[in-house]
Design a protein around this ligand. Structure first.
Ligand code: FES
Length: 176
């Protein structure tokens, strides 16, 4: 298992940040002292992901140019934090914690179950574009495992039955 998603890279791809995004990025950078603007990197990556739904290599290159730093400095941050999607994702990103405490209470079976149920492997997206399955490190809810995060919502103490019910709720729009 790899800790990182592999960034999708098309050397011919170009990207344009919207004027609104560029203005927001400038406002964030302006909050940092001169010579320390690299500290704005995480916030800029979040803004880019909010606009595009994921963080592509050309987007990272543009962030590097914006901050006047090397692209590798952006790649190493974006590939370290699992909250950044390095390839396009589905409408709902199911992020299952696989760290020790969650593993001890069944996260492995839960991940297997999602793979079978959705007919995808970890890191992949269902054909209908509805779900992406990811595994992540500790989400800070270790006493509530097995734990899954989707957007800003935690789903706790998951059993296989609860997982099935959850998928149905996402599918029929009961949970957005
Ligand atoms: S180990 Fe799963 S939330 Fe901490």
């Amino acid at each position: 298992m790899s800790h990182h998603s592999q960034p999708t890279y098309d050397p011919n791809e170009t990207i344009t940040f919207s004027p609104a995004l560029t203005e927001e990025m400038k406002a964030v950078v302006a909050q940092f002292p001169e010579g320390k603007t690299k500290s704005a990197l995480l916030r800029l990556l979040h803004l880019v992901q909010r606009e595009f739904g994921w963080v592509s290599v050309p987007a990272m290159d543009q962030v590097a140019a914006f901050l006047n730093i090397q692209p590798i400095e952006v790649y190493e941050v974006a590939t370290f934090y699992t909250m950044f999607h390095l390839q396009p994702v589905g409408k709902h990103v199911l992020e299952v914690c696989r760290t020790g405490p969650c593993m001890l209470v069944g996260s492995d079976s839960l991940i297997d179950h999602f793979e079978k149920k959705l007919n995808i492997k970890v890191g992949e997206t269902t054909e209908d574009g509805l779900f992406t399955l990811k595994t992540v490190e500790c989400l800070g809810g270790c006493g509530y495992g097995p734990l899954l995060q989707c957007k800003n919502r935690f789903h706790e103490h998951l059993t296989l039955e609860k997982a099935d019910a959850l998928l149905e709720q996402y599918k029929n729009g009961e949970i957005q």
